[in-house]
Ligand binder design. Structure first.
Ligand SMILES: C[S@@+](CC[C@H](N)C(=O)[O-])C[C@H]1O[C@@H](n2cnc3c(N)ncnc32)[C@H](O)[C@@H]1O
Length: 230
């Protein structure tokens, strides 16, 4: 397990300042993913889905939703949450490559920053293989190199102010900085990409890509890319 996966391997990650933040966050992500579902018959994969507390909103709009999560405790909690849901399956990261190559939509949101370039390239090749010929791969929340930390802090405060948890967001920022986040940022590193660098990586992976007009996540400085097999 990578150090970043260990960092996220809690039932409730320190990254979410309180339950309201977590739920508003995952609802917004689910609504954005749902908007990319091409039809009610679609098969959808969400790689690195995290706590995904609103995944049922996505499932309501498609035929099958596969949630892939590397962190075992998060996965156990997802498995309990969606046990018996007729459209949702929860699997481990190493099981993803063996899935049928028949997805209409593959999403990876807010994960690329935790991957080395080699890990990202391996996953891009896998996603390309899992997509149907006309399938869409959405790569979201890609972090650009400049002012990443102040932008993330400001975006969180704005998100908190807009959703009734500004002070919790402010205290939460202190908690995040007191957590292992900064140490891991130095030791494990975070991957940043300019728009041009990411477009080039996607092209090399055999994907035709363009930057979406807005990011899926609430941080408007981060980038979402829409990709199809070239
Ligand atoms: C910020 S959360 C994103 C969760 C969700 N997709 C969202 O947008 O809120 C980061 C996720 O990346 C996953 N992750 C980090 N490093 C990873 C790796 N090397 N392989 C697979 N998943 C990884 C973590 O397990 C965690 O679920």
């Amino acid at each position: 397990m990578s150090d970043w996966v260990k960092f996220y391997d809690f039932k409730h990650s320190v990254i979410y300042v309180n339950a309201r933040h977590r739920d508003v966050h995952y609802r917004a992500i689910a609504e954005s993913i749902r908007a990319y579902v091409p039809s009610p018959a679609a098969h959808v994969l969400d790689y690195g889905c995290g706590e995904a507390t609103s995944a049922d909103l996505v499932a309501d709009a498609c035929a099958q939703l596969v949630l892939v999560e590397a962190a075992p405790n998060v996965r156990a909690s997802l498995t309990m949450r969606y046990a018996g849901h007729p459209k949702i399956a929860v699997i481990a990261a190493e099981q993803a490559a063996a899935l049928p190559k028949a997805f209409d939509l593959v999403v990876m949101h807010s994960v690329a920053q935790y991957l080395t370039q080699a890990e990202l390239d391996r996953l891009l090749a896998m996603f390309r293989a899992l997509l149907k010929p006309d399938g869409l791969f959405v790569l979201g929340d890609v972090v650009p190199p400049h002012i990443a930390a102040p932008a993330a802090a400001l975006a969180l405060l704005r998100f908190g102010a807009a959703n009734g948890f500004f002070w919790a967001a402010a205290f939460g920022l202190v908690r995040i900085f007191a957590s292992d986040y900064l140490r891991l940022k130095k030791t494990a590193g975070l991957s940043h990409y300019t728009e041009a660098a990411m477009l080039e990586r996607l092209r090399k992976a055999g994907l035709k890509a363009e930057r979406a007009t807005r990011n899926i996540g609430h941080n408007r400085w981060r980038m979402t890319f829409l990709c199809r097999a070239a």
